[in-house]
Design a protein around this ligand. Structure first.
Ligand code: NDP
Length: 241
C-alpha cells in the first residue's frame, strides 16, 4: 500500500496492533502517545515505528505534532484516531472534570487531529480516516455516560465528515470494538471476565490484532467505496441495526 499513516495512542493495546497491521501492508507509520515513555520506547525498539508524545486533546499540540511527523515522513494519507481513556462512574457521582477529561481525550481529539490532515487529503484526492469508537458508544453503558457520549459523538462525526470527503477521495469510517483482550481488560478480576465472556456469543474476548485488521481493511486503497460506516467487531455481543 505504501501510504503514510498516523495512529494516535499507537504505542500500546489496540493502537499498537493497528500500527503493526498497517506496517505489514507497507505503510510508513507514526505512533503518538500521551506520557507513558517506557511503553513507547519499548514499542519503538520492538517495531521500529517512530513515536511522538503530545496530548491529542490539545489543538495546538496536534498542529505542531502533525507538522513534526509530516516533516519526517511526508504528507498523511491515513489517520487513525485511536487514543482514548475511560473515567468511569455512575452519572450522579461524576463531576464536570470526569466528564470533560473523557470528552476532551476521546472526542475533541478526533476534531483536533482530523482538522490537521483533512484539507491536505482533499487537495491530494486521497485520504483515509478511521475512528476507533466502541460498542458502548452504540448501545450506551451504565457508569460510562462520558465515554458512551464521546464514542457516540465520534460515530456522528464519522457519518458527517464522510459526506464532506466522499467526492474528494477521502473516506471516513469507524470501527466499534467490543471487549478486547488488552492489558487493561486482562487485568480485570477473573470472575468479572467470566461474566463478560458469557455475554459474547463467540465465547471469547476479541484480540487487538482483529481490530488492527479491521482498520487495515478500511484504510486500504481498495476500500474507496466504503465510507461513513461503523464496522462492529464485538463477537456478536451487540448487533446494531
Ligand atoms: P490503552 O489504554 O491500552 O492505550 C491507550 C493509548 O492512547 C496509549 O498509547 C495512550 O498513551 C494513548 N492516549 C490516551 N490518552 C491520550 C491523550 N490525551 N493524548 C495522546 N495519547 C493518549 O487503550 P486500548 O488499546 O484499550 O484502547 C484503544 C482505543 O480503543 C480507545 O479509544 C478505546 O476507547 C477503544 N476501545 C477499547 C476497547 C477495549 O476493550 N480495550 C473496547 C472498545 C473500544 P500512553 O501510553 O502514553 O498513556
Amino acid at each position: 500500500m505504501g501510504r503514510n499513516a498516523i495512529v494516535t495512542g499507537g504505542t500500546r493495546g489496540i493502537g499498537r496492533a493497528i500500527c503493526l497491521a498497517l506496517k505489514e501492508k507497507g505503510c510508513t507509520v507514526a505512533a503518538t502517545y500521551a506520557g507513558n515513555d517506557e511503553a513507547a520506547a519499548k514499542f519503538k525498539e520492538e517495531t521500529g515505528v517512530n513515536v511522538y508524545k503530545w496530548d491529542v486533546g490539545d489543538y495546538e499540540a496536534c498542529k505542531a505534532g502533525v507538522a513534526d511527523i509530516e516533516a519526517e515522513q511526508g504528507a498523511t494519507d491515513i489517520l487513525v484516531n485511536n487514543a482514548g481513556i475511560t473515567r468511569d462512574g455512575m452519572f450522579h457521582k461524576i463531576g464536570p472534570e470526569q466528564w470533560s477529561q473523557v470528552i476532551r481525550a476521546d472526542l475533541d481529539s478526533v476534531f483536533n487531529m482530523s482538522h490537521q490532515v483533512f484539507p491536505g487529503m482533499r487537495d491530494r484526492g486521497f485520504g483515509r480516516i478511521v475512528n476507533i469508537a466502541s460498542i458502548n458508544g452504540q448501545k450506551g453503558q451504565m457508569g460510562q455516560t462520558n465515554y458512551s457520549a464521546a464514542k457516540a459523538g465520534m460515530i456522528g462525526f464519522t457519518r458527517a465528515l464522510a459526506q464532506e470527503g466522499a467526492f474528494k477521495g477521502v473516506t471516513v469510517n469507524a470501527v466499534a470494538p467490543g471487549y478486547i483482550a488488552t492489558e487493561m481488560v486482562a487485568a480485570m478480576p477473573e470472575e468479572a471476565l467470566k461474566k463478560i465472556t458469557a455475554q459474547i456469543p463467540v465465547g471469547r474476548l476479541g484480540e487487538a490484532c482483529e481490530i488492527g485488521d479491521c482498520v487495515a481493511f478500511l484504510a486500504d486503497d481498495k476500500a474507496g467505496f466504503i465510507t461513513g460506516t461503523v464496522l462492529t467487531a464485538n463477537g456478536g455481543q451487540y448487533i446494531a441495526a
